[in-house]
Design a binder for this molecule. Structure first.
Ligand code: FES
Length: 264
């Protein structure tokens, strides 16, 4: 394709905005037309996205989890919360405008489990949505957590791709009252899950990983980390591994086996 630079199977090119709209206050769903990224993307991988043009502000690209990809249509789905200048600028992009994209990047989830439990909190549910769509119609349940009912728009997004969705909210305004970690034993006990995939805030990852290790359930954690380059060149995203070494989340992750990385 003209104007495309390939780095291995990664693609650096322009992607056209097909749709970009709020799905909840402060949360947007962006649909990009990027056939080369859509063709290679695996659940758990991410892309670096940036505004295009010489006067772009901010200058640097930022990482976004891939929330869905369709090889047939070339569509790539991103769900993001507006938290700073980069995402604010992104939220104003209109259909037909172009963005710079690099991806798909990183290592994704191993989705070979026979019965999978997805555990996600907040925006950590975005990569799990892609995992659910890929595993479906295989057997999977979702445990989704948020602070309050007004954050749980995720239920509608997951509904068609899982056997069952369990909701928790910190304030008890929707679903069970408490965190995913509070509810996990009761969900997992009767579930006979042979795989847990999780993404979200660090305390949640710690709790889910500890439960999985204690109960011998294979578990993969996806880390959300600040990144500058996205492919192992700048070391911004370095995290500690359990064996005393270091790993780059962008290159060696963002998905790791539970127990492989230090979740402090
Ligand atoms: Fe540059 Fe990971 S973001 S090494």
């Amino acid at each position: 394709m003209e104007g495309m630079i390939g780095v291995g199977k990664k693609v650096f090119q322009l992607a056209k905005v097909e749709d970009n709209r709020a799905v909840n206050p402060g949360v947007f769903q962006l649909i990009l037309h990027s056939p080369d990224v859509a063709a290679e993307a695996l659940p758990g991988q991410f892309v670096m996205l940036g505004l295009s043009g010489l006067n772009r502000d901010p200058l640097l690209k930022r990482p976004y989890s891939i929330a869905g990809a369709e090889k047939g249509t070339g569509k790539v789905r991103i769900i993001y919360r507006v938290v700073g200048r980069g995402t604010e600028g992104l939220s104003h992009k209109q259909p037909g405008e172009m963005l710079e994209i690099i991806g798909p990047l990183g290592h994704g989830f191993d989705i070979a489990g026979k019965k999978t439990l997805l555990v996600g909190g907040g925006m950590g549910l975005a990569p799990l949505l892609f995992a659910a769509q890929t595993i479906c119609p295989g057997s999977l349940e979702v445990l989704a957590g948020g602070r309050s009912k007004n954050e749980m728009f995720w239920q509608d997004l997951f509904q068609s791709s899982c056997n069952k969705i369990h909701i928790t909210t910190d304030d008890g305004t929707f679903g069970a009252c408490g965190t995913c970690v509070d509810i996990l034993p009761q969900i997992a006990r009767g579930g006979e899950f042979d795989s847990i995939l999780t993404c979200g805030p660090l305390p949640m990852l710690r709790g889910v990983a500890a439960y999985a290790i204690e109960h011998n359930i294979p578990c993969q954690v996806s880390l959300e980390q600040h990144m500058a380059c996205g492919f192992g060149a700048c070391l911004t995203c370095t995290c500690a591994t359990k064996n005393g070494g270091n790993a780059q989340v962008c290159k060696h992750g963002p998905v790791f086996k539970a127990g492989e990385v230090d979740l402090c």
